[in-house]
Ligand binder design. Structure first.
Ligand code: ATP
Ligand code: MG
Length: 256
């Protein structure tokens, strides 16, 4: 059975997609079978995995609306060595079109069930909103990975996200839990980063991943080459950190 994780944070630009793509590539290097699910109409994870979102035959949009199945819509990231259920801007329409459908929060969960046996991990890259798309991600998942920057406002949005996860857990998906908070784009020279980081540890204890992802320009450059940072520059500090995070995840899910 695949372990399914959402990478979520309703704040924009906090490193969700970078985390999803590099964790997928890191887990693939650890011989795990991975499906990356792009649940964001921006299609950044699709592009970052080296797949041209403008040339998709079908995408997660068709899957959510029941016009294609995952087996037809998925493509493989040759460079990352994982599969991708890709997205493009068409997906923005799904939000409205799903309103008419039965069981609309569980469309993704039902679709992913068809390929469950083929993967060890499914990683869902959520859009920066607590929307119907994100709700579909949360209903499909066993757990949530929350990337966050160690800055003052990061903590404010966190309580909204935690409350949403609690509600989904209570009403829609009893399996759902917070797997952990991942500190990303970390700059150890900033006192504020250090302060927020230790506040997080005090407040959330072992829900804070041990691995810290540093700010590293190679991770930011990689998407423009259509490659995960892990494959683009394996020796870089960012790649090494995401590889370590993959190993930490493999360990941590043994306890999930
Ligand atoms: P959105 O909310 O728009 O989906 P996101 O949360 O998915 O954004 P990313 O797209 O992963 O965030 O990252 C935002 C920007 O920060 C990107 O330009 C990315 O390349 C850059 N970035 C992410 N992580 C790092 C890092 N560790 N070091 C340097 N740059 C990073
Ligand atoms: Mg993103």
């Amino acid at each position: 059975m695949a372990k399914i994780f959402c990478i979520a944070n309703q704040k924009g630009g906090v490193g969700k997609t970078t985390t999803t793509v590099n964790l997928a590539a890191g887990l693939a290097q650890l011989n795990q079978r991975v499906l990356l699910v792009d649940l964001d109409p921006q299609g950044n994870a699709t592009m970052g995995a080296g797949i041209n979102k403008a040339e998709l035959k079908s995408s997660i949009y068709e899957v959510l609306l029941g016009m294609a199945d995952v087996k037809t819509a998925r493509v493989s990231s040759e460079v990352g060595k994982f599969d991708v259920l890709p997205a493009n801007r068409e997906l923005a329409g799904a939000e409205v079109e799903m309103v008419e459908l039965d069981n609309r929060e569980k469309r993704l969960k039902d679709a992913l069930a068809a390929v469950d046996a083929e993967y060890d991990f499914m990683l869902i890259d959520c859009p920066p909103a607590l929307s119907m798309l994100t709700l579909n991600g949360l209903c499909a998942a066993h757990g949530v990975i929350i990337p966050m920057q160690c800055e003052y406002y990061a903590l404010e949005g966190l309580s909204d996200l935690v409350n949403t996860i609690k509600k989904v857990h209570a009403k829609l998906n009893p399996d759902l839990k917070i797997i952990g908070l991942l500190r990303v784009m970390f700059d150890p020279r900033m006192t504020l980063s250090q302060q927020v980081s230790s506040q997080l540890e005090q407040h959330f204890g072992d829900k804070v991943f041990k691995t810290i992802i540093p700010r590293n320009v190679r991770l930011a450059e990689a998407p423009s080459y259509g490659m995960p940072g892990i494959n683009f520059d394996p020796a870089s500090k960012g790649a090494q950190a995401y590889l370590a995070f993959g190993a930490e995840m493999v360990e941590r899910i043994k306890a999930v």
